[in-house]
Design a protein. Structure first.
Length: 66
């Protein structure tokens, strides 16, 4: 798959100075506002939910195998 480096990712408004900033930029070039990124919990939410479901379903699966 080829990546087009000239493709536009859209824009978002900086809450610090109302400048339109490219959506793939994390820092406003005008005022230096740092856009918040995803925290560790949000990044790993899928794995946390899968682990919890696995732990909840493990007794049921083990009882069916006996």
């Amino acid at each position: 798959m080829k990546i087009n480096p000239h493709k536009s990712f859209g824009t978002r408004e900086c809450p610090g100075c109302a400048t339109e900033v490219a959506a793939n930029e994390n820092i406003c070039p005008i005022c230096g506002y740092l856009f918040p990124g995803r925290g560790p919990l949000q990044r790993n939410l899928v794995w946390i939910v899968a682990l919890l479901l696995g732990l909840l379903l493990l007794p049921l699966i083990l009882s069916l195998l006996r």
